[in-house]
Write a protein that binds this ligand. Sequence first.
Ligand code: ATP
Ligand code: MG
Ligand code: FE
Length: 328
Amino acid sequence: MKVLGIESSCDETAASVWADGEILSNVIASQAVHEQFGGVVPELASRAHHKTIWKTTSQALEESGVKIEEIDAIAVAQGPGLMGSLLVGLSFAKGLALTYKKPLIGINHIDAHLYANFIEHEETYPFVGLIVSGGHTRLVYVDKAFNHELLGDTRDDAAGEAFDKIGKLLGLPYPAGPEVDKLAKEGDPKFHDFPRSMINKGLDFSFSGLKTSVLYYTQEKGDEFVQNHLNDICASVSAAITDVLVAKLKRAVKKKKVKHVMLAGGVSANSMLRKKMSQFAEDQNLNLMIPALQYCTDNAAMIAVTGALKARVGDFDDLSLKPFARVS
Ligand code: ATP
Ligand code: MG
Ligand code: FE
């Protein structure tokens, strides 16, 4: 089976071809236009998707060596995301499906982050998954494909959002998550003890208190101090966020008594988080799945592989498929 995946939910235009268990191409066009604004501007994102989607998709097909006529299904991100951005991908995918008479599959972008793990790891259930992305922080229990039980969610900011907003406070460019990660590698995680909100309570998350705490800290210490100790502050912030994430995952694993765990979403690229999770999995003798770095942040390979999981059971959509902005 061969699946073409298309992703346009936010500020990455991406296309990928999955064939018989393998990713043959994975093309990502990131939109640099938003950098000057310190965040994604929805109208500019839609326009950039419109401009690049044909080129990106052609390139993905070309690199894979698979002709569009040989594709068995077209999978496309349906939501959550920016409405205008999603509409570009969805309309484009519908056009292809109609022209080439191929089945269409709408994909939940958050599910796709999770199933990105099955690009390289063996498909196994039941597992507990921790989705840590720019807009979501969720713990789920999954006993079979697409059967998700929500165990915990964020009450305010998502983990990626916390990295980005705190990084911005520290003067780092958008998206600040990878920058904080890089600086933290050279710093002391014990330099300052930032709060670990709700760490001993339940499976929900809260990161807005940490953001406020960093704001007060930087105001109190002043710019010069902050810039002189940027590595240590980034390390201490990363320690606070990752301690909470690991503690919650541990609790969920204990509660559901699973042997398989997975990390997913952009923040699963974080080196401190990957290290702590690996240590935990080793201690508990768990099978830990983390996507390769190129499949952590937004990409279409995750859309294609998730499409393949749906296509194998004939779970197709028709041309009335509509985008959605949020998950419930
Ligand atoms: P969602 O998937 O929830 O709709 P999104 O698509 O914007 O949101 P992703 O692409 O999954 O999110 O992840 C992007 C987020 O991951 C950003 O917040 C970014 O800062 C963060 N991120 C990426 N790499 C790292 C890293 N190494 N360390 C920390 N955060 C990171
Ligand atoms: Mg992005
Ligand atoms: Fe995402």
